[in-house]
Design a protein around this ligand. Structure first.
Ligand code: FMN
Length: 390
């Protein structure tokens, strides 16, 4: 079973990912994983913090001479900002003066500050926000980078594009090509495949920035090369659509998830939703004439591209004043914040790819198993043969 856990605070010393369950002999592409971290930090509308951090992963265990050992893999990404926070975030007790620095008692509406402080009995919301910050997703992207390297060995690739920011969105029937997705990999703007809409998205962000506000949107993650048969209809928690929804929903600020044309599908007739089936005698495989289902039927992948969309709310830290109440004095105040992101949809798309890659890698290993990559490959080849000769 592939599992991963992250540790680390936003302004702590480092972020850690601990990944267990990858087979041995997987060749690790270190440069690729670093490039994924860079992608997560980009996108128009990010705040100053991302200019300070230049993330790079350091492997601490589970890899030797460039290949996985089959043992737990520990990965570390240092926070470059740490020297400025060493005392404030010290793991040791500090003087009360130092402990008072950068305390947070004014909870932001829409953030974890108040609910988390009440739950964990904290008078300083910094003890909550340091972990609930999306900086945590850096460690996820490192783990997801490894999952992508694993999947690529079997011809499976995962990419994303931005489909809406504020009022600017791609047309409902827009079908992005794989070539467009690949060229967006290095896009430094908003990761939208249509130039005119990309410009409008930038305008939307700039408008929100001017107004001291923030702005949300949607991203679509697409995986190609996915075989038929990952996930299962037999139980509620084995359905891959459910697992993907949970994984995407776990990304900070994502408030809805859609598979294929999910939302529109609810308002159409069945004949305008379901993908008709054909057989390709040359390739010895079944295929769908359309892919509105987003590559999943009954919680099982059906061999078409997997398509999942995440919907992001606007992020909660904004300059525009919102009413709140001080946690200690209980006095109302009007929140005023300085440095923050305005829009994080392009970065969330990269994190979405990571979560999809991790879910797919887990489902793949659940089905094909193997302690070494050679064993997994043999098992996979046997299954593909079975499907072809069906
Ligand atoms: C890549 C990324 C960056 C984010 N940056 C910020 C930020 O700078 N300020 C902020 O208030 N929220 C930011 N968020 C959103 C918060 O982390 C999130 O709203 C908060 O943890 C509460 O969780 P919830 O919105 O899922 O309920 C970011 C989210 C993502 C995906």
């Amino acid at each position: 079973m592939l599992t991963f856990r992250t540790a680390g605070e936003s302004h702590g010393q480092a972020l850690i990912a601990l990944v267990e369950g990858f087979p041995s002999n997987l060749k690790v592409d270190f440069e690729f994983i670093d490039s994924e971290l860079k992608r997560r930090q980009g996108g128009y509308g990010r705040g100053g913090r991302m200019k300070i951090e230049k993330d790079r992963v350091r492997f601490l265990s589970g890899v030797r001479h460039g290949k996985t050992l089959g043992s737990p893999i520990a990965m570390m990404i240092e926070n470059r900002d740490w020297p400025n926070w060493e005392e404030i975030m010290s793991v040791q007790e500090v003087t009360s003066d130092a402990a008072q620095k950068r305390t947070v008692t004014r909870p932001r509406p829409g953030h974890t500050d108040l609910a988390g402080s009440l739950k964990f009995n904290q008078v300083d919301a910094r003890n909550i926000l340091e972990r609930s910050s999306a900086r945590e997703t850096t460690a996820r992207v490192a783990a997801g980078g490894l999952a992508k390297v694993f999947l690529k060995t079997f011809g499976i690739e995962v990419l994303s594009h931005t489909t809406a920011i504020g009022a600017a969105s791609v047309p409902q029937d827009f079908a992005v090509t794989w070539e467009q997705l690949e060229s967006l990999r290095s896009d430094e703007v908003v990761h939208c495949a249509i130039p005119d809409i990309s410009n409008r998205m930038v305008e939307e962000i700039e408008k929100a920035q001017k107004e001291g506000d923030t702005i949300g949107g949607t991203f679509e993650v697409i995986a190609r090369g996915v075989p038929t048969g990952l996930g299962s209809h037999v139980a509620w928690d084995t359905r891959l659509d459910g697992q993907l929804a949970q994984a995407i929903m776990s990304i900070n600020a994502v408030k809805a998830v859609e598979v294929g044309i999910g939302v529109q599908g609810a308002f159409r007739k069945g004949s305008d939703v379901h993908d008709e089936i054909a057989y390709d005698a040359e390739a010895l495989s079944f295929r769908r004439l359309t892919n509105r289902a987003g590559g999943l039927e009954g919680g099982i992948t059906n061999g078409e591209d997997l398509r999942v969309t995440g919907y992001l709310k606007p992020i909660p830290t904004l300059k525009k004043a919102l009413r709140s109440v001080d946690m200690i004095t209980k006095e109302p105040f009007v929140a005023q914040h300085e440095r923050s992101d305005t829009c994080t949809v392009p970065a969330a798309g990269v994190i979405g790819e990571t979560m999809v890659a991790l879910v797919l890698a887990r489902a793949f290993l659940e089905k094909f198993g193997g302690d070494s990559i050679e064993e997994t490959s043999r098992n996979y080849a046997g299954y593909l043969e079975q499907v072809r000769s069906y």
